[in-house]
Design a protein around this ligand. Structure first.
Ligand SMILES: NC(=O)c1ccc[n+]([C@@H]2O[C@H](COP(=O)([O-])OP(=O)(O)OC[C@H]3O[C@@H](n4cnc5c(N)ncnc54)[C@H](OP(=O)(O)O)[C@@H]3O)[C@@H](O)[C@H]2O)c1
Length: 200
């Protein structure tokens, strides 16, 4: 299946339909990792809808990530609670010095080609893109089908942005949850006093 075939899907299909997804836990201020490339510790203790990891685990057929994220956390079985083994593709300009790991392929190719390879490996399931920089490149090329975010109640203030594109053109989105694609989402939070704020 090619990425252009994938883009013909209407966005309302079930999770497992051969789409290229940006899928992240994100801080309220739009960071997917902190300044140390840590994507995990700041979300520890946050609660998730029951069954959500299994839902995504069943629908994701391959993962496409970048070298920084891999070097920071080189554990191919970690995503989605290790529920399913799936091929992982890591894009890097220097695959030669990467530490080999089972199920992990290091690619040095065009980002669209990397997405195509991951889609083929996913065998009709979705590809999860686990990289802000690759996600941004694919968004620019109109090769992202959907963005799925789990917003953690925290303001990080620094780190890896979901979409970092200074001076670039804004990318308009449609809301897929609910009936109103242009709806503004209302949220209410309050700051937690600092002595309680180390964990949720
Ligand atoms: N919050 C979440 O749910 C979640 C989930 C997964 C990951 N993450 C986090 O996301 C972060 C990773 O995103 P990131 O954007 O900072 O970094 P990244 O994409 O992991 O790493 C950037 C590196 O990927 C390689 N790369 C990117 N585009 C390339 C291209 N077109 N061709 C060849 N190589 C390319 C380059 O590596 P070389 O320098 O080797 O060429 C580049 O320096 C990590 O901190 C990870 O922890 C968060």
């Amino acid at each position: 299946m090619t990425t252009s075939e994938v883009r013909q899907h209407d966005g309302q299909e079930p999770l497992g339909a051969g789409k290229v997804l940006l899928h992240f836990m994100m801080s309220l201020d739009g960071f997917i990792a902190d300044a140390d490339q840590d994507a995990i510790s700041w979300s520890e203790g946050a609660t998730f809808r029951p069954g959500i990891a299994e839902e995504y685990g069943k629908s994701i057929g391959a993962i496409l990530g970048g070298r920084k994220g891999w070097d920071a956390y080189p554990v191919p079985s970690a995503p989605y609670g290790g529920a399913m083994a799936r091929p992982v593709f890591i894009l890097t300009h220097h695959p030669d010095d990467a530490q080999p790991a089972d199920g992990v392929t290091f690619l040095d190719c065009d980002v669209a080609e990397a997405a195509r390879i991951a889609l083929e490996a996913a065998g009709g399931q979705n590809v999860a893109v686990f990289s802000g920089s690759i996600g941004s490149q694919l968004l620019e090329r109109e090769l992202i089908d959907e963005i799925h975010l789990h917003i953690v109640p925290i303001l990080l203030g620094d780190g890896v942005r979901l979409f970092d594109n200074p001076g670039g053109t804004p990318i308009r989105l449609e809301l897929l949850s609910g009936d109103e694609p242009k709806a503004v989402i209302d949220v209410r939070y309050r700051p937690v006093a600092s002595q309680q704020g180390a964990a949720f």
